[in-house]
Design a protein. Sequence first.
Lengths: 229, 229
Amino acid sequence: MQTIAPELAELAALIADPGRASILSRLMDGRAQTASELARVACVTPQTASWHLSRLVERALLRVERRGPRRFYRLATPLVAQMLEGMMTVAAIDPHPARPPPRIDPEMRRARTCYDHLAGELGVAVTDAMREHGHLHLDPEAGELTASGRAFLRDLGIDLRAPARSRRLLCRPCLDWSERRPHLAGRAGAAVADLALQQDWIRRRPQGRSVEITETGLVAFRDLFDARI
Amino acid sequence: MQTIAPELAELAALIADPGRASILSRLMDGRAQTASELARVACVTPQTASWHLSRLVERALLRVERRGPRRFYRLATPLVAQMLEGMMTVAAIDPHPARPPPRIDPEMRRARTCYDHLAGELGVAVTDAMREHGHLHLDPEAGELTASGRAFLRDLGIDLRAPARSRRLLCRPCLDWSERRPHLAGRAGAAVADLALQQDWIRRRPQGRSVEITETGLVAFRDLFDARI
DNA sequence: GTAACGCTTCGATCATGATCGAAATGTTCA
DNA sequence: TGAACATTTCGATCATGATCGAAGCGTTAC
């Protein structure tokens, strides 16, 4: 029986190294990072990181781009991010509920970006608030933005029209591995995250993919979204 | 920065062994299999398979159930199946498009079950036919069954009412790794597969998770669904 | 040109974990 | 109780691949 299993194992082996897993996790915010930064994240020497990175590029999980003497690495396609999302969801399930759950960095748990949308407590709080106001229906498997939701986002200055040739879904759920609850993703989720960055409600931290909620942001999320954050 | 990365690597390592990948792939149809059958699938001795299986159960990817002297293993939750779907989708992407694509077992490619719904050429053909008849809208990220689609399935004798307490989505896409196109999943997809098995349109092969399309089935899929199969 | 810097390649070492034979365990049935 | 069978445990062996020091390559800036 010839199956996809060998390719599956090969792919998994690529993610099975803690250094490479850290690198992939770091790149989940969709931005590009230098080889040095990724070496630091993976806690290995530059030469070891280089070896890992070349394997990831060779297998087309990452794309590399040269800018001067630096090389910037990023996830090759959103499909890779979606795969990692799924794996993290399962990875976050504690096989031994008796033992204390894996410690998660509080900043990560509080607020972060997940490829292009908000995640962590912030992402879930915004999603919950929108649901309670009837802006949104969200299931673990799918989501729907209501007429009221469209109006709400439009009033915030968000343009939800899809770019030409985009087949991206307007509204989809993404299972949060730290909160273990679905939050808003898709074009709508990305638009909200864009707005928040643009309005300085959140700021990307220089390292890691957690974000800082500003004072203005706290007020905005509470007043505009009615989020319990 | 404390993250989920170590757990991600640990999880991936579990899937990174060809034997375990074969076992997981075999269990993707959602049914339970004995340790012996899984040893055969993984091409290892029973004692090696036993070692692999105990690791998978320990990490809560599989559940085990004893019936007499046999032990039946199955995926612990649909979440695991969904994760594997995502990984297979990426695994099926050829990193070197110049080289010949990975050979896939023709029976697998033709028709198989994917957890609880149809996949392979058959799954995609049925989905395409339903789309062309306006029964279905399906995006890579989400799907919707139209009024005409509901009527169509009802006429086939399918009851789409959700069981109490079920939060499963009626209609969702599942990306097919052999066809690289989305096909119908969710409650509607499962209902179609159930109907097909019940009407003897398809038969599970004794080994593997590919299914055989019967003569009756070929006629039914063509006449009732208008599928090009 | 040359120095500085980022990154990669090479080579040797070392640790992890997959494997199977042999033997033990556990279940059913008579 | 004993025989048959499925599965697991134990123990020893072996292969893969992660690691980093040293050296090399390529780009930029002066």
